[in-house]
Design a binder for this molecule. Structure first.
Ligand SMILES: *[C@@H]1O[C@H](CO)[C@@H](O)[C@H](O)[C@H]1NC(C)=O
Ligand SMILES: *[C@@H]1O[C@H](CO)[C@@H](O)[C@H](O)[C@H]1NC(C)=O
Ligand SMILES: *[C@@H]1O[C@H](CO)[C@@H](O)[C@H](O)[C@H]1NC(C)=O
Ligand SMILES: *[C@@H]1O[C@H](CO)[C@@H](O)[C@H](O)[C@H]1NC(C)=O
Length: 480
């Protein structure tokens, strides 16, 4: 039987707004970062053989103390900015720093390594931490955390940590566009699939280790990096169009994967951070942000200089804030501020922080009358399988005391497209009105991007679709 996947769309738009006001910024207790130089806060400083390093000036010239911290920019990086925004701390220390305090460990560290990528070959080219090595260090970190905080508290910290993944750009640049190590054997589409398979395993790894809230960055418009413009000898220093098109395709596939993966990883919240349109928008409206140069880095001529060849002897532009790029590969701090602001306002609110106390209170208040009318529940033996979910069909079938008798409770296969339904998960929750839609055909991007799985789930027999009802911040209900 073809699995039928349906969504119920909520019709009550008013509470959606009320709830999103309650997404507060202080719920994450720690931050954990995996990826490449865009998010490496200094791990490569501690790897002697690393070829990719930001441990020398002019890197860090605008960092507090004007010191090269190992960050691949003139100042702070997005994880630092997000950690500040979340009131966790002002900078995220690199895990390889031998002097980490207990407090540092409790509030999160960075495992990222400049030059790394999803393809093991990428990190190997620079002698830096592969993503798998980063996960290994993460496991060692968890052991240290358990020593400090105990087993239970460690679990809680991991489940409430904001995890960030940012990788993939180096893979395509290094192994596909600039060296043909992979392009000899694979098309760009195939290579994207290889990378996404690897990313999927990494996400599953951190999920299995106890993380739940995971932000995954797509790749930026690679064709707009100064080095790619130089390599491809584009006249007039314009972005390399086909490389941007590839970045866009990769990001679309990534988003599809994340949606699928989220349904498989119960209780997870995987949120996508777009770096593609965000960066293009910044390029497009650069003057508005005081940026004057978008196709050259601030370091040197800005056309090839990066890491070892951007050094004490390289002249730098007087004001890096007028440059989109710091060197020929990496963004300047001012661009990172712009990206961080986007993530803080548009991505973090999707992490499901709404499930915290205040938002739940609001939600329950706004459905107070429902609470009084619906209360059965050992309920939801749907289709003979254990579940906490009940659905009622028909707009007149708003559940009340009488409908507890369950004759109006339908099994998933009892629904048709466009049915108006009421659904409810567990007796503590109000019934929500919705409409059954086909997830593949009708679901709006906004629906797919904001539903939180795992709230309520019932497996319905062999070969019959899994039946799930979820509520989440955008106010949709989902019946999978
Ligand atoms: C670690 O801390 C000690 C004592 O404060 C200091 O001497 C040492 O340089 C630090 N090491 C690093 C790598 O920061
Ligand atoms: C940890 O949690 C378990 C299960 O909730 C509980 O039985 C145990 O006592 C807790 N251990 C500590 C040290 O609090
Ligand atoms: C720049 O922004 C304008 C106005 O939003 C839009 O019409 C134009 O297509 C954008 N150009 C690029 C290259 O994104
Ligand atoms: C550097 O450039 C930014 C953006 O144009 C501007 O706001 C800032 O005042 C400049 N700083 C200095 C020291 O000139």
């Amino acid at each position: 039987m073809e699995p039928i996947i349906h969504f119920i769309i909520l019709v009550h738009a008013c509470t959606i707004v009320a709830m999103s006001n309650y997404v507060t910024a202080s719920k994450f207790s720690s931050i954990l970062v995996f990826g490449d130089s865009t998010v490496d806060t200094g791990n490569n400083n501690y790897i002697e053989a690393a070829l990719s390093r930001g441990d020398h000036l002019p890197y860090g010239k605008d960092f507090p103390g004007h010191e090269a911290s190992g960050r691949f920019s003139n100042g702070k990086l997005v994880p630092d900015m997000i950690a500040s925004f979340l009131n966790i701390k002002d900078v995220v220390p690199p895990y390889l720093d031998p002097n980490l305090s207990n407090e540092d460990l409790l509030t999160g560290v960075c495992f990222a390594s400049g030059g790394s990528g999803l393809d093991e070959m990428t990190a190997a080219s620079f002698n830096v931490l592969s993503m798998n090595k980063q996960i290994e260090y993460f496991k060692a970190y968890i052991i240290r955390l358990k020593h400090i905080a105990g087993e239970n508290k460690t679990k809680e910290i991991l489940a409430n940590a904001l995890v960030i993944f940012c990788a993939g750009a180096n893979d395509v640049i290094l192994n596909f566009y600039d060296l043909p190590t992979r392009s000899l054997f694979l098309s760009i589409e195939q290579y994207h699939d290889v990378l996404l398979d690897k990313l999927q395993i990494l996400i599953k790894d951190v999920y299995d280790l106890g993380c739940r809230k995971i932000g995954i960055a797509g790749i930026p418009p690679i064709g707009c990096t100064p080095i790619q413009i130089t390599v491809k000898l584009v006249l007039g220093r314009k972005c390399v169009a086909n490389q941007n098109l590839d970045s866009e395709k990769y990001n679309l596939k990534l988003q599809q994967r994340l949606r699928r993966l989220q349904t498989m990883l119960q209780g997870s919240r995987l949120v996508y951070a777009d770096l593609y349109y965000t960066v293009l928008n910044l390029i497009n409206q650069s003057e508005k942000y005081g940026i004057e140069e978008t196709s050259r880095g601030c370091c040197g001529l800005g056309i090839i200089e990066a890491t070892p060849i951007c050094n004490q002897f390289t002249p730098v532009c007087p004001n890096a804030s007028k440059y989109l790029f710091w060197d020929s590969v990496h963004f300047s701090e001012v661009s990172y501020k712009y990206l961080a602001n986007y993530i803080e306002t548009e991505v973090i609110p999707q992490t499901g922080v709404w499930k915290d106390r205040e938002s739940r209170d609001v939600e329950e208040t706004s459905f107070e009358d429902d609470k009084s009318v619906v209360e059965d529940d050992k309920d939801g033996d749907i289709g003979g399988a254990k579940s906490d979910c009940v659905c009622f069909k028909g707009v007149d079938q708003r559940p009340n005391k009488n409908s507890e008798k369950r004759k109006e409770v339908y099994k998933p296969e009892g629904f048709s497209l466009r049915d108006i339904v009421w659904a409810r998960c567990g007796k503590r929750y109000p019934a929500w009105p919705g409409m059954v839609i086909n997830r593949m055909l009708d679901a709006l991007e906004s629906v797919l991007s904001c539903y939180v799985p795992g709230l309520c789930k019932g497996e319905v027999g062999d070969g019959v679709p899994i039946f799930e009802i979820h509520r989440q911040v955008c106010g949709y209900m989902v019946l999978v």
